[in-house]
Design a protein around this ligand. Structure first.
Ligand code: C5P
Length: 235
């Protein structure tokens, strides 16, 4: 399976579709997040879905369980392969997400999307944790939330390159680890601070690599994706 999911961080649905078409056969799927969804909604998601690639709809739900359950029904109607909730929303919220998505998938006759939990955003530094009432280190909090998420029945966890090895050890082989912050040696780091090469990330236990600008900002996105895929296959 091709582990590359290309992040299409744009508000332009037609540009996203054009890129999706160029990347077909070279990536395992596409990630659409809040920037895209806020501008284009479900219609935009359907536009990009026309390219036929699996979608990771990264909407990071965090609300009361009943509301998240309702939102999940809308997500399932779009038949993504994966979607996200915030683990800090709690065990009951994550269980409601998994259950609601399962029921909606049966009704719609589609595969239930994998529900991934986001632990601590990488933009949250150590200094900020006490301000939001959290003691201990970022890694402590990531591990606490990952264990909570796994107990609530999620399928996977989104984590930084920094945490992948530790979470693979903690969570075992049955959980999907989805990793952004991936940079081939030949690509610019941009604003990513802790980066890891694609092959290194897989070696440390990553299942899915979320890669944006190394592909989308390349002069030839298809060539960049091909180069990353070749590097992965060479290992
Ligand atoms: O362009 P780049 O490869 O940095 O894109 C990474 C994608 O992963 C972006 O969509 C970004 O929002 C997302 N992401 C991240 N770090 C996280 C969580 C998500 O870079 N901790």
């Amino acid at each position: 399976m091709n582990p590359i999911y290309c992040a299409l961080d744009t508000t332009d649905a037609q540009a996203a579709l054009a890129l999706a078409r160029q990347l077909t056969g070279l990536v395992g799927g596409l990630k659409l997040g809040l920037e895209f969804f806020s501008a284009n909604g479900p219609t935009g998601v359907r536009t990009v879905a026309a390219a036929g690639l699996p979608l990771f709809l990264d909407l990071k739900f965090h609300d009361i369980p009943n509301t998240v359950a309702g939102a999940m029904r809308g997500v399932v109607a779009l038949a993504p392969a994966m979607t996200t909730v915030h683990a800090s929303g709690g065990g009951e919220m994550m269980r409601a997400a998994v259950q609601s998505a399962g029921e909606a998938a049966v009704r719609a006759g589609v595969r239930r999307p994998d529900i991934l939990a986001v632990t601590v955003l990488t933009s949250t530094g150590q200094a900020e944790l006490p301000a939001v009432g959290v003691g201990g280190t970022v890694l402590d909090q990531v591990k606490r939330l990952a264990a909570l998420a796994q107990g609530a029945g999620v399928d996977g966890i989104v984590c930084s390159p920094h945490e992948v090895e530790e979470l693979r050890r903690l969570c075992g082989p049955g959980i999907k680890l989805v990793i952004p912050g991936i940079r081939p040696t030949w690509a610019a780091a941009n604003d990513q601070k802790r980066v890891l090469g694609p092959a290194e990330a897989v070696a440390k236990g990553a299942d899915i690599l979320v890669i944006g600008r190394p592909i989308t900002a390349a002069a030839e996105p298809a060539q960049a994706a091909r180069r990353i895929l070749d590097e992965l296959e060479a290992v």
